[in-house]
Design a protein around this ligand. Structure first.
Ligand SMILES: Nc1ncnc2c1ncn2[C@@H]1O[C@H](COP(=O)(O)OP(=O)(O)OP(=O)(O)O)[C@@H](O)[C@H]1O
Ligand SMILES: [Mg+2]
Length: 212
């Protein structure tokens, strides 16, 4: 479903070289490693938002760079969901309005089951600036899943959450992935979260190693 071949990237100095990765439908993959090892950069390369110095990334058997620019745009809009380290909600809007924007742009219905599972029913009409960091994070994840992407990338998705809420959020994301036959690639420092993934890779000093 996702295949990365021979990826190399550097920002002045090399982050990694000859990196290979293959992800099958329903697979949840964790990427761990110390700060600055290149995890976020790798995630963006896999998502197509950063072009690697060399190597290819294919989604559903098609190399990302071989797509036309309009197909890339469509593909990213429809199939890729990125949960960022810091969330980008529309600040003047309520939680519900933020979900409605995603629903309109993707022409997909708002998923009320998802709202319930993320525990957001009672805060839908509140401005997102009036929500706590963890509540905003859940709204932001719900918004990304509203467009029903099959490939989900997440950079520290549980960073702002307590253990119990984090577990709920992860369970909801994983259940979602199984429902759409998708994949999740999650960068995390949270050992508990990494261990719940099917596969764990560690990025260290340019070496990308499967540790689970
Ligand atoms: N756009 C950029 N231009 C130049 N250097 C960059 C750029 N983005 C990242 N880097 C550098 O590349 C290295 C890896 O950054 P990256 O954000 O991928 O690390 P990370 O593993 O995600 O770290 P963290 O766990 O702190 O989020 C860092 O040294 C960073 O300074
Ligand atoms: Mg990072």
């Amino acid at each position: 479903m996702l295949k990365a071949e021979n990826l190399s990237h550097s920002f002045g100095y090399s982050l990694f070289e000859g990196l290979n990765l293959e992800i099958a439908p329903r697979e949840k993959v964790a990427i761990v490693g110390v700060s600055g090892s290149g995890k976020s950069t790798l995630l963006h390369i896999l998502a197509g938002t950063i072009v690697p110095n060399s190597g290819t990334v294919s989604h559903f058997g098609t190399s990302y760079l071989s797509r036309t620019s309009s197909d890339r745009e469509r593909f990213r809009r429809e199939e890729i969901g990125i949960i960022f380290q810091s969330h980008y909600l529309f600040k003047g809007f309520t939680a519900l309005e933020n979900l409605q924007v995603a629903s309109i742009l993707s022409k997909k219905e708002i998923d009320h089951d998802l709202i319930k599972r993320f525990g957001l029913e009672n805060m839908l009409n509140q401005k997102v600036t009036e929500l706590s960091g963890g509540q905003q994070q859940r709204v932001s994840i719900a918004r990304i899943l509203t467009k029903k992407p099959r490939i989900v990338f997440a950079d520290e998705p549980t960073g702002n959450l307590d253990r119990e809420t984090a577990n709920n959020v992860i369970e909801t994301i994983f259940k979602y992935i199984d429902e759409v036959n998708g994949i999740a690639v999650i960068v995390t420092h949270d050992e508990n979260l990494a261990n719940r993934c099917d596969t764990i890779y560690k990025l260290k000093d340019g070496i990308f190693e499967k540790i689970k």
